[in-house]
Design a protein around this ligand. Structure first.
Ligand code: PHE
Length: 385
């Protein structure tokens, strides 16, 4: 449409609007979608993220929403399956007509949901998907977390410099884009730092028996085993590794996919002492983290994990972008999200870069017992990009 035509239409539209609704202000809710694994093998990912989002939402709406309009979040369950992710996002976009979509956690699911958002021109913000491909070639898709080339570097550096180990084995989930990508990055960096990969084994998420892979790993006598999978599988791998006689002196290491209160419950003693990289640690210092942990505990009676913190940050960054956007149309909102710079999140300062990713520090945590005897992550170190 030519500029003058658009102006003319806007004037007549305004006139019609004024006549019919007089001075009534639009107070209808602004709909935002969330697609998440609320059930299934990765259920705590979706549940924690949704709680984080809803805590942010409560604060946003208590402060008046956007120009008097409340924000409403509609959540659909993906069950941790890529196909369900596509269906959920299609429904959010075509039938609920959301202005933006939050999700997913697992990269393979964000790849599926992102395709739908791109097709319909609706902005998507992933709180926590770290595979580089999630945002590549998708102008509508951005994220508020770091990506796996960095995370792989972080774990490799930690094993080489902090633990001072030379020989590592890898056991990854060949069915998840996240796991495969993180394995590649870890191998690359660990080798470049002078370490040796002594074994590289694969499984498929949901497998119950890892003994063949673990027996092979044991025979190569690694000093550490990197398991870039999700928490249910990682917990089971730990149990079986110790049962097969791989000593607790050989730590298992993981990436953010280990982050769940279920990890310690599944892995028990077998996972104690192991390490993983993450986006935040609940016992980390800093005023924003402390305030968030208190508010979250008061609301949900739980200690927030990294997913909760990222869900909170994703919702806040989206809302901040809505306030700055020229309009809530897909293109305008996506542009405002992409301009996010120095937003002070619980998980660190968030600046969306030219690839629509965020560059932020990572933390390393260790699975330790607290005074009550419960196993959970304890902050060990921060690693800057
Ligand atoms: N980064 C993981 C992925 O991309 C998801 C994840 C993030 C899991 C943070 C736990 C915590 O698949």
């Amino acid at each position: 449409m030519k500029g003058w035509m658009r102006a003319a239409c806007a004037v007549s539209f305004l006139a019609a609007g004024l006549a019919s609704v007089a001075h009534a202000q639009d107070s209808s809710p602004i709909k935002v979608g969330h697609y998440a694994s609320m059930t299934g093998k990765e259920a705590t990912f979706g549940q924690s993220t949704d709680q984080g989002i809803r805590l942010a939402l409560k604060e946003i709406n208590a402060a008046g929403g956007l120009n008097g309009r409340p924000i409403e979040v509609i959540t659909y369950d993906t069950k941790g399956e890529s196909k369900e992710a596509g269906t959920a996002v299609t429904r959010l976009v075509t039938s609920d007509k959301v202005v933006a979509v939050l999700g997913e956690v697992a990269s393979s699911l964000s790849l599926a949901g992102g395709a739908v958002c791109q097709q319909y021109g609706v902005p998507m913000v992933s709180p926590s998907s770290t595979n580089p491909r999630v945002t590549q070639g998708r102008s509508m898709v951005s994220r508020v977390c770091f990506i796996d080339p960095f995370q792989g570097f972080v774990v490799a550096k930690f094993v080489r410099e902090n633990l001072k180990l030379d020989r590592a084995a890898v056991l990854y989930d060949q069915g998840q884009a996240y796991s495969k990508g993180l394995r590649d990055e870890f191998k690359k960096h660990f080798t470049a730092m002078g370490g040796t990969i002594v074994a590289d084994e694969a499984f498929t998420g949901g497998d119950q028996d890892f003994s063949a892979q673990l027996a092979n790993i044991r025979s190569k006598s690694p000093q550490a085993i990197f398991v870039p999978g999700y928490y249910t599988d990682a917990g089971n791998v730990a149990l079986q590794a110790r049962r097969l006689g791989i000593s607790k002196d050989i730590p298992l290491l993981g990436g953010d996919g280990w982050d769940s209160e279920q990890l310690g419950k599944i892995g028990g003693d077998a996972i104690e002492g192991s390490y993983y990289s993450n986006h935040y640690a609940p016992d980390q210092e800093g005023a924003l983290v402390r305030a968030f942990v208190e508010k979250y505990k008061a609301e949900f009676g739980q200690t927030p994990d990294g997913l909760a913190a990222l869900g909170y940050d994703a919702m806040q960054v989206l809302f901040d972008s809505m306030k700055r956007a020229k309009s809530l149309d897909g293109k305008d909102l996506a542009a405002a999200i992409a301009q996010t710079a120095g937003y002070k999140g619980v998980t660190g300062a968030i600046t969306i870069d030219k690839n629509r990713d965020a560059s932020k520090p990572a933390v390393m945590v260790q699975m330790r017992r607290n005074e009550a005897g419960d196993l959970g992550p304890a902050y060990v170190a921060t690693i800057e990009p």
